[in-house]
Structures are given as structure tokens and as C-alpha cells.
Ligand binder design. Structure first.
Ligand SMILES: Nc1nc2c(c(=O)[nH]1)N[C@@H](CN(C=O)c1ccc(C(=O)N[C@@H](CCC(=O)O)C(=O)O)cc1)CN2
Ligand code: MG
Length: 285
């Protein structure tokens, strides 16, 4: 039997409507309009497209968004000064720097400069620490979107064996931590893992976040498993994930498509984090 599709596009649309209503209520009751500043350095076409998507989605839900497009040869110091500017701006509740950055700029120094209370990407060490210690903080958007997809489709996480393939700071490590927080038994695999299939075949929930097209084949799947594909690879002008979708969908119980799976949830959770930030800052002002 063919797997059920985890439709990120449809879920994202429903969530964005919920967020739009909350934004409107926050404005009407407390006079607060959530504000998001996006800093884009250079002219990478994929990054430009993601930033356009963020701006459009923000506007649609009533979030005030400022996009600053900066030249590829920008100095790190100038970028840090722009971050300081938005850290001080009371109309801005969320700041993000689109990644990747050009080689002359150190990603960690830039991320650390963002005020942890405005770090809607959840990449600042303070928020990373909160995720691991169990406290309140911003959760990175892609992992948060994956968890929301699983929960909203009433898929049981507690007690499941979740296997995460990939250990990036943006997806692999935080999604593993979120699944652990929900009482999954978590295994993390990566590019140096020997006999990857040995692990993936034991997964009730499999998250593939490596960036290698076709890495996960049908023989590596436990029948009925939940397969979450985070890969975004362009092959012959087509967008494909890390999972061999056509073959794997015949064996899995649930599967995310690429495009239209995890991707749209990423931007949705950014809207959610910005709204949450505005509500929270409104409380302390
Ligand atoms: N500062 C950040 N940089 C990057 C992040 C991030 O969360 N914060 N994540 C990725 C890029 N990204 C958002 O920035 C992102 C990637 C993919 C999608 C998406 O909707 N994908 C669609 C397909 C879109 C297409 O056709 O290209 C899908 O999968 O359906 C949204 C956002 C790296 N950088
Ligand atoms: Mg760099």
C-alpha cells in the first residue's frame, strides 16, 4: 500500500491562517504589530528566493517585515553594526541573517551578535542551550516545523525509535533533541556512519537531512515507517530530496514530498516565532 502524504503545503496554509488571526488580535487588543528584520548578504539565487518567500508570507499574516539586501563583499563589522541597529529597534521582534554567508564573514560571530530575545531562527548559543536544557526559547524553524507536522497528524512520538540522518546545527542536532524531548529513542547518523541501512531499517520515524539526492532507498526503510525528507537538491533543474520518493512511498506509512513537505513549514514556523516574540516582548514592556 502507498504511504500517506504529509502535506506541508496544506498544513502550512492552515497554520498561517491561525497566525494571521493571532497577529490581528495582538494588534487590536494591545496595539502591537510583530516586526521581522531579514538581512541578506550577497546574491545567491536560492537565498534570494527564500527571503522573498519570508517577506511575502510575513506580509500575508500582517507581520511588518524589513528586508535589508547587502552586497556580497560586505565586511563582517558592517553586518554586526546592522544587527546592533535592529537589536535596538523596539518595532522589531525578530532578526535573522539568511545563511549561508560569504566566506569573509564568520557565521558564529554574526549569530552570537543577534539579541537572544530576537533570535527567531533559534541559532544563538543561548537558544541552543535552552533547547538542550529544556527551558523556554526559540526553536529553529525547520525542526519545529517537522515536529508540528508529526503532531498535527497525530503520529505517536513517545517510545518510537527515531533515526536522524545528518548532524547540522540547523536541522539534524535540534530535531534529534526535539524528538528526545517528546520521549522518542533517538539515534543520530551522519556521513561517517558505517552501514547506514542497519540503523535506518530500525526507524519508526526517519528524518533525512543530509543533502544527498537518493541517499535513502526503499530497502533502507522499515515497512510502515514515517519518513521525513529535509533534503533540498537540484538535479537536472528539478527539486528532489534525500529520499527516493517513488520507491520509498510504496513501503513507508507516511512520507513528506519534496517540494511541498518540510520546506513550507520552515517559513511558517518563522512567522510563529516572530509572533511569539512580539507577544513575549509586549508582556515585559
Ligand atoms: N537564516 C536561515 N538560513 C537558512 C535557513 C533558515 O531556517 N534560516 N534554512 C534554509 C533555507 N530556507 C529558509 O531560510 C528555506 C528552505 C526551503 C524552503 C521551501 O519552502 N522549500 C520549498 C521549495 C522551494 C523551491 O522551489 O526552491 C519546498 O521544499 O517545498 C523554505 C525556506 C537555509 N538557510
Ligand atoms: Mg562563512
Amino acid at each position: 500500500m502507498s504511504a500517506q502524504i504529509l502535506d506541508g503545503k496544506q498544513l502550512a496554509a492552515a497554520l498561517r491562517e491561525e497566525i494571521r488571526r493571532d497577529v490581528e488580535e495582538l494588534r487590536a487588543k494591545r496595539g502591537i504589530v510583530p516586526g521581522l528584520a531579514v538581512l541578506l548578504v550577497g546574491d545567491d539565487p536560492a537565498s534570494q528566493s527564500y527571503v522573498r518567500g519570508k517577506q511575502k508570507a510575513s506580509t500575508e499574516v500582517g507581520i511588518h517585515s524589513v528586508v535589508e539586501r547587502l552586497p556580497a563583499d560586505l565586511s563582517e563589522q558592517t553586518l554586526l553594526e546592522r544587527i546592533d541597529h535592529y537589536n535596538e529597534d523596539p518595532s522589531i521582534h525578530g532578526i535573522l541573517v539568511q545563511l549561508p554567508l560569504p566566506p569573509q564573514i564568520a557565521e558564529d560571530r554574526v549569530i552570537t551578535r543577534i539579541s537572544p530575545g530576537k533570535d527567531v531562527d533559534g541559532f544563538h548559543p543561548w537558544n541552543v542551550g535552552r533547547l538542550y536544557s529544556g527551558g523556554e526559547g526559540f526553536v529553529p524553524c525547520t525542526p519545529a516545523g517537522i515536529l508540528e507536522m508529526i503532531r498535527r497528524n497525530r503520529i505517536e512520538i513517545a517510545g518510537a525509535h527515531a533515526v536522524v540522518v545528518g548532524r547540522s546545527g540547523i536541522v539534524g542536532k535540534p530535531v534529534a533533541q526535539l524528538l528526545l524531548r517528546e520521549n522518542a529513542t533517538v539515534t543520530i547518523c551522519h556521513s561517517k556512519t558505517k552501514d547506514l541501512g542497519f540503523y535506518t531499517k530500525q526507524a519508526d520515524i526517519l528524518v533525512a537531512a543530509v543533502g544527498r539526492p537518493g541517499l535513502i532507498t526503499a530497502d533502507m526503510i522499515k515497512p510502515g515507517a514515517v519518513v521525513i525528507d529535509v533534503g533540498i537538491n537540484r538535479v537536472d533543474g528539478r527539486l528532489v530530496g534525500d529520499v527516493d520518493f517513488e520507491a520509498v512511498k510504496e513501503r513507508a506509512g507516511w512520507i513528506t514530498p519534496v517540494p511541498g513537505g518540510v520546506g513550507p513549514m520552515t517559513i511558517t514556523m518563522l512567522l510563529y516565532n516572530t509572533l511569539w516574540s512580539a507577544k513575549r516582548m509586549g508582556n515585559v514592556q
